[in-house]
Every structure is written in structure tokens, then in C-alpha cells.
Ligand binder design. Sequence first.
Ligand SMILES: Nc1ncnc2c1ncn2[C@@H]1O[C@H](COP(=O)(O)OP(=O)(O)OP(=O)(O)O)[C@@H](O)[C@H]1O
Ligand SMILES: [Mg+2]
Length: 251
Amino acid sequence: MLELKGISKAFGGLRAVDDVSLRLTQGTITGLIGPNGAGKTTLFNTIAGALAPTSGSILFEGQPIQGLAPYQIYRTGIARTFQIPRPFGALSVLENVMLAPLQQLGEQFWNNLLRPGRIRQQERANREKAVQVLDFLNLTRLADEPARNLSGGQLKLLELGRTLMSDPKLILLDEPGAGVNPTLLGQITERIVALNRRGITFLIIEHNMDMVMNLCRPVIVMAGGRVLMEGEPETVRRDPRVLDAYLGGST
Ligand SMILES: Nc1ncnc2c1ncn2[C@@H]1O[C@H](COP(=O)(O)OP(=O)(O)OP(=O)(O)O)[C@@H](O)[C@H]1O
Ligand SMILES: [Mg+2]
């Protein structure tokens, strides 16, 4: 579904991502792990278009997407969340979810004058969809709450909700379990599984090994900007190279 060939991203002299090649199979929940600074988020940013790769190519469903703008990549069916959630704090949870879709007609001045009926219709459909998304994520009781009042875990759920508004085929989650209490963690995990059963493919960066073991197959390990190995979670966990990378050994 997604194929990276020789992707590199340098910041000055630092090769944050260094010649990474990998394939994601449709229908999987693939884990991406590795020590701090391994290049995981940078790799996400090159896939999602936030950063242009220094070299290499990215194919999504056979089409090259490297170098496209984030909104263009979003339209192909790839949605992502951020390691640090970025909600509009003063807006309600429902409004935050409603804001996700791009190209709302109401944002274009002439449409407001010429096609007000059409805009109201689109806004109604958008709101209905956001209501369904909140219901799916068990956030309905927080719909009118300003986003700034949410806990870390609730913000992670809100981020996931925002991705769902675009009917994505592939969702990139950057540390969905970070700073989340165990109850909410179980809930997030369970919703990811439910979405995966509906056909959505996931690539998940996560440091919580229990979550990775529960959810992800296969697991890709990065260290020092490179792919160290890929395999079943149990195999990866026991591999001496992986232990070494986490302990700050050879990379
Ligand atoms: N915009 C940037 N400018 C310069 N250096 C950067 C930039 N973004 C990341 N880096 C550097 O690139 C390397 C990889 O960072 P990245 O955030 O991708 O790691 P990560 O694997 O996501 O780590 P973590 O698990 O801590 O989130 C680090 O050395 C980081 O300092
Ligand atoms: Mg990161």
C-alpha cells in the first residue's frame, strides 16, 4: 500500500532519516519503534508532506507522493496525528472535529453569496459526521467542552477523531499512548482495532511496549535514522540489536 524507497531527510549535517526503505501492507497495524531521536517522527513528516525528503521516493497505492503538499497527500487518503496534540483550545471538542475536513465551501467568499443553501447543507452533513465520530470514540459527553479542558488521553482520542473525518485509508499515529491513563489506553487500543477491522491501515509510533505487543504486527525498528529490523513483535523484542539500540549501544 505504501512503499518508501531510499528515503533520507537531513537537517544540516544531521541525517535524521538515513536511506530508509520499507513497505506497508494494506490492512495491517504496523508498529514503528526505536529510541528517542531515531527519526520516527521525521519519517512520519516526510510521508505526510510536512517535510520534503532530501532524497528517495514514496509510493502510495502505486502513485508517487513525495514532495506533494500536506493537503494533497491528505486527499490521497493518508491522515496523521501529532506527537504533541494540536487542538484549537478555545473551540469545543465537536468544533475541533468539524474543522478537520478541507475545502469547505463556506470558506470561499463567493459561495457564501451565491450558494448559501449548499453551504448549510454541507455544514449539516459535516456536523452529523462529527457527532458520529465522537459517538464512536465515546466522547459525546465532552462534545461541548472546550478542547483545552481535556486530559492527555482524551486529546489523543480527539486527534484520532479528526483523522476520521477524511475517511482515510491509512492513518499515521505518533505516540497515541503517550501520557494516557490505563483505562483510556485500553479504549484507544480497542478503537484502533475496530477501525482496522473496517479496513483502515495503521502505522503507529509508540514507546509503550505493551501497546505495541497487543496491537502491532509487524513491528519496524529504527535507530540512528535507519531501519534496524522488521519482524513479529515477540521476535523484535528479543533481538539483541534492538536491546542494544535502546541501551545506547551500536547503531
Ligand atoms: N526540524 C528539525 N531541525 C533539526 N533537527 C531536527 C528537526 N526535527 C528533528 N530533528 C532531529 O532529528 C533527529 C530525529 O528526530 P525525531 O523527532 O524524528 O526522532 P523520534 O524518533 O521521533 O524521537 P522521539 O521518540 O523522541 O519522538 C533528532 O536528532 C532530532 O533532534
Ligand atoms: Mg517522535
